[in-house]
Design a protein. Sequence first.
Length: 253
Amino acid sequence: MPDTSAIRVFCRRICLLFLGGLTLCAHAGELTILTEDLPPLSYEKNGEITGYATEIVQAVLDTAGLKGKIQVMPWKRALQTAMSQPDILIYPTTRLPEREQQFEWIGPLSPRTIAIFKLRSRKDIQIKTLADVAPHSVGMVREMASTKEFIEAMAAYDSHIDYAPTVESNVKKILQGRIDLIVAQEWSAAYLLKTLGHTQDELESVIVLDKTTMYWLAMNKQSDPALVKKIRKAFDKIQQSGLMDKLKNPNMR
């Protein structure tokens, strides 16, 4: 009779080796990294994903010795995917209280000032307080932190909001007179105006909604702790190297 206990031990070892191989293969492959179209932080240009935040993320991966495939997608889908699957990086995301337990927060990428804008030429629109916003159509991107902040501040219903897939779509719509106001990050609004052939003073910031938070690089909470630690250590090195300030200022490149 064969020794069944010895056979069981042998099979168990084979299974462990197989599973270990799968783990090694997964870590040896490319990480999935999700972002949105939010220039100048992250955007696609000539078929490549670039931007200030993207360059930082790429430097973090290089420092950690990791490879990653960055995908641009609508923010709502990016956020839902990152929250539901382990070992996924997402950027640039705002560190909100309701997101605190959903992610491992790797590090801050950029300051963030969110404001309500109108066309400077629209003298018929006079905004002094949030209550003055109520009669007007407002362009926003679904599931963005800025949208949540606006809805909470206004106690607004969806009927007041004109949703678009990207901030660029909203900038185009306000320039065309299709909406009255937009909610956007100051840096992004200025950059998009320039790339669309307009001057920065065509939009006027009427109310600042938030300037206390940052954009972050984050990772799914269920991700491999060793992988999270490796990426966080690499981020700390990049932060201490001065590269972030260099990338922010083109004259220092």
